[in-house]
Design a protein. Structure first.
Length: 441
């Protein structure tokens, strides 16, 4: 898995990614504490709005990032975006009003939405070998998972000796370190090959979602994932510091418990996915999150109980996220895969855009117990829809017929099929296959 790190250019970018992730993770903890300082028990409202801004930025800005990165020097773009993020982090300790938080976080999230796709677009050029590229993707996923544990733990340790406002300084340092490693990375020159317009790629991905049953089911599971995750990210600070009267350090440890549950699931998932289908694992994870949300309505009465709930929630959360890439890969060919992943990025963040405001507004208007119950309903809706929409019988090779394909076409020879079908092979929607075949299960 670690062989891509032998490539100096990728190694520098990977360290830059890890530095930025740690900085972002500490900012997440500090933002919750800042919101509590500004609004007390209504902190969830500020967090919900700030995270909704994040989703809007990701949906609206990220689609254009690849076009932007194709027209600007890569180092200039990435270093400039890191500089913007460092500046925002350095300014956050000085805010005194909610609107100032919203304004600064808008700038931060817009910069992050532009940075991430530009960063990801360089990795295939640095590592053209498919095997090494796949390992690089795994390393990036591992870094993100570790950040969900490491950042809250680091924040908890720092909060023992300093105030939460100093965490924003750590965030700024993380972005500065990221910029320095980007500067020292040897990056390939931009290719001159023309790319499809983004709108065409995005439309193609949306078409795959509309016509592929497992992808429609995957979208429903994404709604369940967002519902469970939003409760954790928005209302942990309210539960820990308002309901239980504990410190910001306790808030950080609670978030770390969620990350620990997610990491535990990641360890067992390879073996688990050898026995379960992607559908079964993701539905199981969504059902687990629904159960935790329902239980939290009555059981989240102590800090220890919350830690236990968050560990289980993290486990279910990882079950719903990790197999998604496998389902996307199964549902597309190499040419259409970028469009499909772009569509997944937009649609999944749209689910978070629904869940974040619900988590914050219900908690502020009623109480966190009501937020548990409402989000349990949203999570259950996604779970049931995923179970119904994603076919239980979902083989890779599907027998089907081609009405307008000549009998001697080479495509007909890809596989044999019985009954009235022409042939069978791993099926995806593409130029030759414009509709999903009816299967017999």
């Amino acid at each position: 898995m670690f062989s891509p790190l032998r490539h100096a250019g990728y190694r520098h970018l990977f360290i830059a990614q890890v530095s930025a992730l740690l900085g972002t993770g500490m900012a997440t903890v500090a933002l919750g504490l800042l919101a509590y300082d500004l609004a007390g028990a209504n902190a969830g409202e500020i967090l919900g709005a700030a995270l909704a801004i994040k989703m809007i930025a990701y949906i609206g800005v990220a689609p254009f990032a690849s076009a932007l990165s194709a027209r600007l020097p890569r180092k200039v773009l990435l270093v400039s975006l890191d500089g913007v993020r460092a500046g925002v982090a350095a300014a956050l300790p000085f805010v005194g009003e909610a609107w100032q938080v919203y304004a600064l976080m808008t700038v931060l999230y817009v910069a992050s939405a532009a940075f991430t796709p530009a960063f990801q677009a360089m990795i295939p050029d640095l590592l053209p070998d498919e095997g090494k590229y796949t390992k690089a993707l795994s390393l990036s996923r591992l870094a993100a998972d570790l950040e969900s544990v490491a950042s809250p733990v680091l924040a908890a340790l720092l909060l023992a000796v300093m105030s939460y406002s100093n965490l924003f300084a750590g965030t700024a340092v993380g972005f500065v370190v990221s910029a320095l490693f980007v500067v020292t990375a040897v990056l390939p020159k931009l290719g001159k090959a023309a790319q499809k317009p983004f709108l065409q790629r995005l439309t193609g991905g949306m078409r795959l979602f509309a016509l592929t049953p497992r992808l429609r089911g995957l979208l429903a599971i994404s709604l369940a994932t967002a519902a469970g995750g939003a409760m954790v990210f928005v209302n942990t600070v309210v539960l820990v510091q308002s309901r239980f009267g504990l410190s910001g350090q306790a808030t950080a440890w609670a978030l770390a418990a969620f990350g620990g549950g997610s990491m535990t699931a990641a360890v067992f998932l390879p073996r688990l996915l050898g026995r379960l289908t992607d559908r079964s694992a993701m539905v199981l994870g969504a059902a687990t999150m629904t159960g935790v949300l329902l239980a939290g309505t009555w059981l989240a009465v102590s800090y220890v109980a919350l830690l236990a709930l968050w560990v289980i929630m993290g486990f279910g959360y990882s079950l719903t996220i990790t197999p998604a890439g496998r389902a996307l890969r199964r549902s597309s060919n190499a040419d259409d895969r970028p469009a499909l992943f772009a569509a997944q990025f937009a649609l999944s963040h749209a689910c978070w855009l629904i869940a974040y405001p619900v988590a914050g507004l219900v908690s502020a208007a009623v109480d966190p117990g009501a937020a548990f119950l409402v989000l349990a309903g949203l999570c259950a809706t996604g779970t049931v829809l995923g179970l119904l929409i994603w076919p239980a019988h979902d083989p890779e090779n599907l027998p089907h017929s081609h009405m307008n394909l000549p009998a001697d076409d080479l495509h007909r020879r890809e596989g044999r099929a019985g009954d009235d079908a022409d042939h069978a092979h791993p099926f995806v929607i593409d130029e030759r296959h414009d509709r999903w075949p009816t299967t017999k299960g």
